[in-house]
Design a protein around this ligand. Structure first.
Ligand SMILES: [Zn+2]
Length: 455
């Protein structure tokens, strides 16, 4: 007798590249049986006509304990989220994981250690335009190494938030990531709207350090008419043997806080962003476009207010996610109900609807692979992203005919449709739109090298 049985589903396993009809039995948090034979469990769920695949892994998010945004991720079929992106993370990685091990969370959390905002602030390198001193850098090196010892799955750089970061900061910290076989996730600089130098800089990090690079939300950086060039740069680097991968959301408009240095008047002008291209998505001006008065008030008094920049070309989303090393991601963050960007509730259902059902850009197998096995391999999650006996019981059951996002600007938290069940570590977490368990998510610590470090 199993704890849970999922019956009669269309089982999609991206590792063996098989699609079969069958049943899955889960016991003690793991997948215990995959069979065509009739099996029984304490709880049984019928998945006739539905896709059954590993839970989605969101390689780029900022949930970091935000239960509300965690719930919106779970509702999309995400079972594991990677936090600490864009240079912003908790510093005490051990405490972060220990808390999750003790009390659980609504999804599994893995964590990066963030350089450009968090580590720099910790060591006193508070001016984003000024390089860290060598003493400050030595202290950051110690903290990065400590974070890897404690299970951080990589280092994140948010170079747009600290454009003064020195080459020594970037290279020395990335070398530690390479030595530990952990990824370096890079939110590239945004100096102009068509800035290819920022991508070439990322390639040079890989070349100089041997680190595996995950370029963050590629469409937000290069979906402005230069996606072809960006993909060509990445392909060329990969052909040279450099391990460059990337993720992207399903939107062209991207969100961050108004106090960031990239919204200084100088950067606004270099990027060609006009005030009316920018929508406020949190706080007292939620839903309004920027005017000079609002811009100045928010920058001066409310720098943490989130805004969305309307830029980019929709076709370039599909172009990017078509690439064999592209992974879908949300860039979700910490928001209050009614605030935020539709990416927090709609990303993964929109990915399946657009890329598979509407546009035939990807087969269902390839779409599942990019949302599960590819991020699992990239991050070294060896018990996730596969539908195989012994793997973690992280499973999503969805309807390929009806899966759709409902979120939009002004309605950022509208729930998607077509996700029937989500199982987390062998427990039922979501059933037909209802949250069944808020604590089934575990800490995902990385303890081994993810890849061989070669230079
Ligand atoms: Zn981000």
């Amino acid at each position: 007798m199993f704890d849970i049985v999922i019956k009669n589903g269309i089982l999609i396993d991206p590792e063996s590249l098989t699609r079969t009809n069958g049943n899955i039995g889960m016991k003690n948090g793991k997948i215990a049986s995959i069979t065509k034979e009739e099996i029984h469990g304490v709880q049984e769920f019928d998945a006739y006509g539905k896709m059954v695949c590993p839970g989605f892994i969101d390689i780029h998010g900022h949930i970091d304990w935000d239960d509300y945004c965690g719930e919106l991720s779970l509702r999309q079929g995400i079972t594991t989220t990677v936090g600490g992106n864009c240079g912003l993370s908790p510093l005490d990685i051990n405490a972060f994981f220990a808390a999750q091990e003790k009390q659980g969370f609504i999804v599994n959390q893995a964590e990066l250690i963030g350089h450009s905002i968090s580590l720099r602030a910790e060591v006193g390198a508070t001016d984003p335009l000024v390089p860290a001193t060598s003493e400050q850098l030595t202290r950051m090196e110690y903290l990065v190494e400590k974070a890897f010892e404690e299970g951080a799955c990589g280092l994140s750089l948010g170079l747009a938030y600290a454009p003064g970061s020195s080459n020594a900061e970037i290279i020395n910290l990335s070398k530690i990531a390479a030595r530990y076989g952990r990824i370096v996730a890079v939110d590239t600089r945004m100096i102009t709207g068509i800035d290819m130098y920022s991508l070439v800089e990322v390639i040079s990090i890989a070349r100089q350090t041997g680190a595996r690079i995950q370029v963050s939300h590629l469409v937000y950086q290069y979906g402005t008419g230069v996606m072809n060039e960006a993909l060509a740069v990445i392909n060329r680097a990969r052909a040279d043997g450099l391990d460059i991968r990337f993720d992207s959301g399903m939107y062209t408009q991207w969100a961050t806080h108004i106090g960031a240095v990239l919204f200084s008047e100088e950067y606004m002008e270099l990027n060609g962003w006009k005030l009316e291209d920018i929508l406020v998505i949190t706080g007292k001006y939620n839903g309004e476009r920027l005017t000079m008065d609002i811009y100045q008030e928010l920058r001066t008094h409310y720098p943490h207010t989130a805004v969305v920049v309307f830029t980019g070309i929709e076709e370039e989303i599909y172009m990017a996610l078509h690439h064999p090393y592209a992974m879908p991601s949300t860039d979700t963050g910490t928001y209050l109900p009614g605030e935020g960007h539709p990416q927090i509730a709609g990303s993964f259902p929109r990915y399946f609807k657009k890329m598979v059902a509407e546009r035939y850009e990807l087969t269902i197998m390839e779409a599942v692979r990019k949302a599960t096995l590819l991020p699992a391999e990239t991050l070294g999650f060896n018990t996730k992203g596969r539908l195989r006996e012994g793997m973690d019981g992280d499973i999503v059951v969805f309807d390929m005919q009806t899966i759709t996002d409902k979120a939009d600007f002004g309605l950022p938290n509208a729930y998607p449709e077509g996700i029937d069940y989500v199982f987390l570590n062998g427990k039922l977490a979501l059933a037909k739109g209802e949250i069944m368990d808020r604590q089934a998510g575990k800490a995902v610590r990385c303890t081994k090298p993810v890849y061989d470090y070669q230079i």
